[in-house]
Design a protein around this ligand. Structure first.
Ligand SMILES: Nc1ncnc2c1ncn2[C@@H]1O[C@H](COP(=O)(O)OP(=O)(O)O)[C@@H](O)[C@H]1O
Ligand SMILES: [Mg+2]
Length: 292
């Protein structure tokens, strides 16, 4: 398990992180979300040892991370670092060798990954000749080539078309299933909701939520009661508790505390009840509320 514990970081007199903590378990896909400048990249750089924290600690299986541990990690930095003049296949193999693979191992892992990421036909091209989306795939292959035990990816999906997003998602889900903790940052909340087991929301250097997606969406105070009554007598919701939003026949009750049966009785009296049920907020709605 990767544990980020109470990180603090300032750049001069600018505070970037104040007490950032969260954990990513083996076989867990953790989405790290937050607005621009919230502190995602800073946190991931500290995790990877590229940047030192002012205080706080990063632990792996209970002990502080070492340089040797980090060699077993796969990292995709925000500033993409590829050699533009090097050929795709050579580049990926080169990073595999840097991480201790034999030439044969690196060649095999590279061929497999290029195939998975639909880059086989570009294997002999210089990186600089590829589209940005394809360069991004190469960057990903570089992060994955040595079969990392932990994945830390800074905005890996940004700039990818939907096909490439799916290809990358499949590779990451596979690594997760093999027990690898996967941490990635993203602005694409629908994607995070689709892929991640857990989510951490950071706002202005503080964690404002960190939990399983299931738990965040199911939390009592966040649920909405949706009621649809056909041919309802006007004003049937008058006097009912909660925070009410009406749209045509549909009525949404927020902050309902245990009085749902009273609402059901009023709805039945008012007309034909077509729908009566609890709705869970989307991750986007939770995010808006959390960073508001
Ligand atoms: N090298 C730096 N020097 C000064 N301020 C920085 C530096 N890097 C990041 N910051 C500031 O720290 C805050 C967090 O930035 P960052 O971690 O890059 O956020 P995110 O990745 O969530 O967009 C921002 O306010 C940013 O301007
Ligand atoms: Mg960033």
């Amino acid at each position: 398990m990767i544990e980020i514990d109470d990180l603090h970081k300032r750049y001069g007199d600018k505070t970037a992180l104040t007490g950032v903590s969260f954990a990513v378990k083996p076989g867990e896909m953790f989405g790290f979300v937050g607005a621009n400048g919230a502190g995602k990249t800073t946190t991931m750089r500290i995790l990877m040892g590229v940047l030192a924290a002012d205080s706080g600690q990063v632990r792996w299986d209970g002990r502080p991370l070492t340089f040797e541990d980090r060699r077993k990690f796969g990292y995709m930095p925000e500033e993409r670092g590829l050699y533009q003049k090097m050929k795709v296949s050579e580049q990926v193999q080169y990073f595999g060798r840097l991480n201790g693979m034999s030439a044969a191992q690196a060649a095999k892992a590279t061929a497999d990954l290029l195939e998975r990421l639909s880059l086989t036909e570009r294997a002999g091209d210089e990186v600089g000749a590829l589209s940005l989306g394809n360069q991004q795939r190469v960057q990903l292959a570089v992060a994955l080539v040595h079969g990392p035990e932990v994945l830390v990816l800074d905005e890996p999906f940004s700039g990818l078309d939907p096909i490439a997003v799916d290809a990358l998602a499949e590779v990451l889900l596979e690594r997760r299933s093999a027990g690898v903790p996967v941490l990635f940052s993203s602005h694409q909340l629908d994607l995070v909701e689709r892929l991640c087991d857990s989510v951490g929301i950071i706002s202005a250097g503080r964690m404002v939520a960190s939990d399983t997606v299931e738990e965040l969406r199911a939390r009592e105070g966040r649920r909405l009661l949706k009621v649809v009554v056909r041919d309802a007598a006007p004003g049937w919701t008058a006097g009912l508790g909660g925070n009410i939003t009406e749209k045509g026949d549909e009525v949404l009750f927020a902050d309902v505390n245990g009085s749902d049966q009273e609402i059901l009785r009023a709805a039945t009296k008012a007309g034909t009840v077509e729908h009566f049920g609890w709705e869970r907020p989307t991750l986007t709605e939770i995010f808006r509320e959390a960073v508001a």
